[in-house]
Design a protein around this ligand. Sequence first.
Ligand code: ADP
Ligand code: MG
Length: 238
Amino acid sequence: MAQEDAGAEPGKALIHLDGLTKVFETEDVETHALSNIHLNVRKGEWVAIVGPSGSGKSTLLAVLGLLDTATRGAYLLDGRSVLDLSATDRALVRNRHIGFIFQSFNLIGDLTVFENVELPLTYRGMPAAERKQRVERALEKVGMAHRARHMPGQLSGGQQQRVAVARAVAGDPLILLADEPTGNLDSKNGEAVMQLLTELHKGGATICMVTHDPAHARVATRTVSLFDGRIVQDEQRR
Ligand code: ADP
Ligand code: MG
């Protein structure tokens, strides 16, 4: 099987990348962080993205999450081209359709847990009553409803990451992206986050997750390996 075609037909893919290339230019150095990436991800897949440090994993996730743009190539999200949008429209698509979980949680320190989860929904213009319902449901899902009025600084790292998962899923995104979501956690809290992702996957979520942990990669349905900005292996497990 061709490495590039382990996903779905382009038309059916939730994520379709065609010749995606990202070059960073700093002073006199050009870094090809991603070179000619072809990738299709179908709805419901859980893709682990692995590879050595510097192989382009975070860059790939940032482009998928519309946190960064590409130098060349196409990215269709649910059939819609999203790389040629204005910055404003890109932010709208990101807010509406993408949930992002960071290694370092990235909660806003002077907002409560509730307000952190609510913020992306507010940006979307969702009415307050629906926001409240969604935030409560998401916090319930990750076992953090009892901490809704706490500040992030009052929580452990594991608790903060569970809140970050709630924030990422509260708006029912098309895709959930996670860049080393267990990287800053001890093994017990890391397993708790993996358990949450497992439940979300069973509930139908489409997940792309960067990980260094081979055991975590094996939980995913597919592993895409990067080396020097290229896909060197693409293993579909189930
Ligand atoms: P990984 O997450 O696999 O460790 P990255 O995607 O962070 O890899 O980085 C891929 C390559 O791109 C590396 O060579 C890195 O130094 C370079 N890179 C990443 N971000 C930037 C940036 N903002 N400016 C310049 N080079 C960058
Ligand atoms: Mg990285």
